[in-house]
Design a protein around this ligand. Structure first.
Ligand code: PAF
Length: 284
């Protein structure tokens, strides 16, 4: 596995592949890799001749300094996992490579509308940080495809939007969320859960499934379904930020004619902030 760290090194590697007519799939991550990330890598391997993974804990997307400082960093374990997964290049740049003029002065990418709702309301500036870093990484890596998990569904839509708006010659692939046996979505933040909280945590997924089942049974009063699911989370010890039914394409509030829906939630449990979502397709 190649280990580029500079702009020139990553550019030389993918440039050589491109000139040989070989395709590249890119998986951006913040490290502390788990089964969900490895699923992204597996999907990437099926799409291209070469897979590049980046590990960069992006300070610009943390609106809370304590959260950034506590974010788990496990570079040696990440490297071993990616090597075993057959990744061709692991790009682990420093902040000075990603943000050559420093973070305070870095050019920002904003995706209005989509970035200010749901998670954007509770984490101001977060999605501008994500949009900015993915554009920088896309330009450094220059892949044909980039792969993201559906667990961060709002992030996935924002990235699709900016790729369209800025005309990136790049295909974005979303990969279904990988769950533990009890339904909890794999996340680096699960490690903040105490053993008791870990046992409560799958209630988030169960609450989403309860809303989905209600809709599939014909209930269309979305706000009443949302409210009872939020109460269910509170009863299980969560502090919900939101639990909503939205139109899958653009996260606008779902209306009765919408067929592709997404139920999305963010809730705090102890020190962890957990997010999750599931899709629903209604028959016409
Ligand atoms: O989903 C993540 O891990 C991050 O938000 C991303 C896309 C790697 C940008 O830092």
């Amino acid at each position: 596995m190649l280990l580029p760290v500079t702009r020139e090194e990553i550019g030389d590697i993918t440039g050589r592949w491109r000139r040989a007519g070989e395709t590249v799939a890119f998986v951006p991550t913040m490290g502390n890799l788990h089964v969900g990330h490895l699923e992204l890598v597996r999907a990437a391997r099926g799409l291209a001749d070469h897979v590049v993974v980046s590990v960069f804990v992006n300070p610009l997307q943390f609106n809370d300094g304590a959260d950034l400082a506590a974010y788990p960093r496990t570079p040696e374990e990440d490297r071993a996992l990616l090597e075993a997964a057959g990744v061709d290049a692991l790009f682990m740049p420093d902040a000075a490579v990603v943000y050559p003029h420093g973070m305070a002065e870095a050019t920002r990418i904003e995706v209005p509308g989509l970035s200010t709702i749901l998670c954007g309301e509770f984490r101001p500036g977060h999605f501008a940080g994500v949009a900015t870093v993915v554009v920088a990484l896309f330009n450094l890596v220059r892949s044909d495809t980039a792969v993201f998990g559906e667990k961060d569904y709002q992030q996935l839509l924002i990235i699709r939007r900016l790729v369209e708006d800025l005309h990136f010659p790049l295909r974005i692939l979303g990969v279904a969320t990988v769950r533990e046996e009890d339904g909890l979505a794999y996340s680096s933040r699960n490690r903040y859960l105490t053993p008791t909280e870990r046992r409560q945590a799958p209630e988030l997924y169960r609450a989403l499934c309860g809303v989905r089942d209600g809709i599939l049974e014909g209930r269309r009063n979305y706000s009443s379904l949302e409210e009872s699911a939020q109460r269910r989370l509170e009863a299980a010890g969560f502090r919900p930020e939101y639990l909503v039914v939205r139109r899958a394409a653009d996260l606008a509030p779902a209306e009765s004619g919408d067929r592709e829906l997404r139920v999305l939630a963010a809730a705090r449990l102890g020190k962890a902030r957990l997010i999750d979502n599931i899709g629903i397709t209604l028959r016409a």
